[in-house]
Each structure stands twice: as structure tokens, then as C-alpha cells.
Design a protein around this ligand. Structure first.
Ligand SMILES: [Zn+2]
Length: 412
């Protein structure tokens, strides 16, 4: 997981049948490759066509086959990306191994986005482009490694889209990446976008970055207006009102914040786990004005979990005459993995406590610090910068699944 593309050393290609032969040959001439296939027969024919360094293997059991390919190529899991068209294979691999994963398929569905692989491409031919054009790409492009000097983000994000079913509606959702809560111990420790989303909950320091992500997606949609999930009438902060204003200016769309309102408080969605109970929780809680009639409206939010809240808002807008509603979110919440226990802890050299990923006060770069990092006895210690930290995490093989921070409130 989280292979930085300029540090990538090899691909392991896991396919039932090797189609697009010319494209795979081209890839294997540029990158170290192993192919794991279902049949011996195909392998002997293929060996003739590929260069001598390419390794072929018949799949026996999934994970041992990966280990075998990695040891043949002499690379570490975190230098490896496994490519497959079989989503279930990648899901298993993501839960048990620390390789990066790349899913190739023309479409995604709602059942898959909660287990998103590290990379998603529609076609094999895009693989070379991915590696060449996105140096530094590290899971989500909009979370490209940002150094201590606050190197700016790239807006060439690899964004994924899918259709969500909600009360008989089929709604298009476009997501800028994934969200890992603190229960994903390992991934949460390195995932920049997740930490930026947590930070944005309490202050607006990520506004520029999020405006960039939202606006770059929305520009391609030809929308008439943009709005957000409105705050509940209990005094909740209208977190996205200001960003909608920026987006509407940037994308030349109407600011529709005043056209969608929440009229009645409801218990937080995090207390319910499935879409059905969450949709009952929010049913009838929103109203929309007829100003949206005939318009294509973009509805933005930070994290989508079951989609009940955005679904209900979209339903409300459509019922009052909106022509189309497209949901654009920063990230899709990821389901729990089944990681093995940790081996070594990533700890502070002064007090021995766990190091957590932290955003700098200016909101631009990342560092790792313990809970005491601002204490006087820590002042002279050099912070562990982001890249150095995740390299250490990768090499120390820290895998553990306990919670260290309550961010459940993000899921609504
Ligand atoms: Zn410390």
C-alpha cells in the first residue's frame, strides 16, 4: 500500500488470462514484472514473447504466490504494486499484505468503493502514463507528498466515480480519494488526505487545497450550481459555506447554499451503521427552494460513508425540480481491514510515546510527533518529517489496529 511511484521497483500482474498482450510486453520492457496466471498452458506460450527477466508463475494460493514473485524479483512489499482485474483478489491482498494495489476495470460499483485499491485505471494502456506523469503519486494524487516546505499539491488527481443507489435513485458520485479513520492504524498513519480532512473539521486551513480538489472536478461537469450538505439547525458550523463561495467563483456556477436547508435536527449518523437506518434518520429533514428547478446541481461533502445524508439532500433537490444532482466528495470512507499485529512501534526518541502524523500549523506540510512534541524537553529534537517517517513505518512494518483518536464524528 502507498507505494510512491518514483520508488516503485516492480509490478506483479495477477490475471486470469493475459489480454492486451502488446501493452503488457511494452510494460515489461520498461518495468520489472511478474505475471501470475491461472494456467500452465498459457505460461509456456507467453515466455517466448516476453524478455528473459519477466517471471511467470501459475497461481496456487494467492498470498504465497505474491511472496514467491517478490522474492524472485528481489523487492520489498512497499516497492511493489499488484495489478489485477479481479476486485476480490485485490481486496484480500489489501487486507493482508503491504503491497500497493492497482485495479483495472471500466467501471466501479458502490460495493467496491469502501475497499478502494491504491490506484484505479480504466485500461491497461494507462499504466505507463500513470507512472510517467504522476511522479511522487502516493495513493491519492491530491495528497502528493508534501515536504516540510509545503510543496504545493498537484491537481492532476486520479479521481474515481461510481453510481450510488438511494431510494430508487441512481446518483453519480465523484470522489477525490479515500478516507482512513484512526482504526486503520497503519494506513491512517501515512494518509495525508485523511489527516487534512480531520484538520478541516476544526479550522479552515485546508480551504485552498479542498477548493482546488473540488473545483478541478466540478469544472468538467458543466454544472449550473453548487451547494453543500447544510448544517443542522442546532448551531452546527456551516463548514462548507465558504468553500462553496470559492468554488462557485472558480467554476462560474451559482452558489446554491441558500436553496437547501436542514429544517429539523437529527441524531448523528455515526450512531447508525447502515444506509437503511441512516436514511430513516435523515428522512424529510431537508427542504429545497424552487430556485433549483431545471438546474444541474453539484452537492459537495467531505466524507461519504453509506451516502444516506447526501442521498437525502439529492432526493430533496430533485423533488423540488432540479434536473440532475451530482455528488462530489473529498473521500470515500474505507471499511475496516484485517491487519496482522504490529512488529515494531514507531515511537518518539525522547519520551518513547507513539508518533502520530501531524499537519504543520500553517496547514501545508506534515511531520510525525508524539503527544508531548510541543513540551520544553522536546524543543531541541528535530521533527521527523513526513517522507522520512513513512519510510520508517514501511521498513519497520508497524501493523496494529487499535484506535488512537476519535474521528467517528466525521461520518455523516
Ligand atoms: Zn516524545
Amino acid at each position: 500500500m502507498f507505494v510512491e511511484l518514483n520508488e516503485l521497483k516492480g509490478f506483479i500482474v495477477l490475471l486470469e488470462h493475459l489480454e492486451n498482450l502488446d501493452e503488457w510486453i511494452e510494460i515489461s520492457n520498461k518495468f520489472s514484472c511478474s505475471f501470475i496466471l491461472d494456467s500452465d498452458k498459457e505460461i509456456s506460450t507467453l515466455k517466448e514473447l516476453f524478455n528473459n527477466d519477466t517471471f511467470f508463475l501459475k497461481k496456487e494460493t494467492l498470498l504465497p504466490s505474491l511472496d514467491q514473485a517478490m522474492s524472485h524479483m528481489n523487492i520489498e512489499p512497499f516497492e511493489t504494486v499488484v495489478i489485477s482485474k479481479n476486485f476480490e483478489y485485490l481486496k484480500t491482498i489489501q487486507n493482508h499484505s503491504r503491497v500497493g494495489t492497482l485495479y483495472i476495470n471500466s467501471t466501479l460499483d458502490q460495493s467496491q468503493v469502501g475497499h478502494m485499491p491504491d490506484y484505479y485505471l480504466k485500461e491497461v494502456k494507462d499504466i505507463i502514463r500513470l507512472v510517467k506523469e504522476y511522479p511522487g503519486y502516493f495513493a491519492e494524487v491530491n495528497t502528493t507528498i508534501i515536504n516540510q516546505y509545503g510543496e504545493s499539491f498537484s491537481n492532476n488527481g486520479i479521481v474515481f466515480e461510481y453510481f450510488m443507489e438511494y431510494k430508487g435513485l441512481k446518483l453519480k458520485v465523484i470522489a477525490g480519494g479515500r478516507y482512513y479513520s484512526s482504526r486503520h492504524y497503519f494506513k491512517n498513519r501515512v494518509h495525508q488526505l485523511s489527516h487534512r480532512i480531520i484538520r478541516s473539521k476544526s479550522n479552515d486551513s485546508q480551504m485552498d487545497l479542498f477548493n482546488g480538489i473540488f473545483s478541478s472536478i466540478i469544472k468538467s461537469l458543466n454544472a449550473d450550481g453548487v451547494t453543500r450538505v447544510p448544517p443542522r439547525p442546532n448551531g452546527e458550523r456551516d463548514r462548507f459555506r465558504q468553500i462553496v463561495e470559492l468554488i462557485s467563483a472558480e467554476t462560474n456556477t451559482i452558489n446554491c447554499c441558500d436553496h437547501l436547508k436542514c429544517i429539523e435536527d437529527f441524531p448523528k449518523q455515526k450512531t447508525m451503521t447502515n444506509q437503511e437506518s441512516r436514511s430513516i434518520n435523515v428522512e424529510g429533514k431537508f427542504v429545497s427552494s424552487p430556485d433549483c428547478r431545471g438546474k444541474k446541481i453539484v452537492l459537495i461533502d467531505d466524507v461519504i460513508t453509506t451516502g444516506a445524508t447526501v442521498g437525502e439532500c439529492a432526493k430533496t433537490l430533485l423533488a423540488s425540480g432540479a434536473n440532475e444532482v451530482v455528488i462530489v466528495v473529498l473521500a470515500v470512507n474505507q471499511y475496516d481491514p484485517i491487519f496482522p499485529v504490529h512488529e515494531k512501534k514507531f515511537t518518539c526518541s525522547i519520551c518513547g510515546e507513539d508518533l502520530h502524523l501531524r499537519l504543520f500549523k500553517n496547514g501545508k506540510g506534515f511531520m510525525y510527533g508524539c503527544n508531548n512534541y510541543s513540551r520544553a524537553d522536546h524543543n531541541n529534537s528535530t521533527p521527523v518529517f513526513y517522507k522520512e517517517g513513512w519510510e520508517q513505518i514501511n521498513s519497520q512494518n508497524i501493523l496494529k489496529t487499535d484506535d488512537f483518536e476519535d474521528d467517528e464524528h466525521l461520518f455523516f
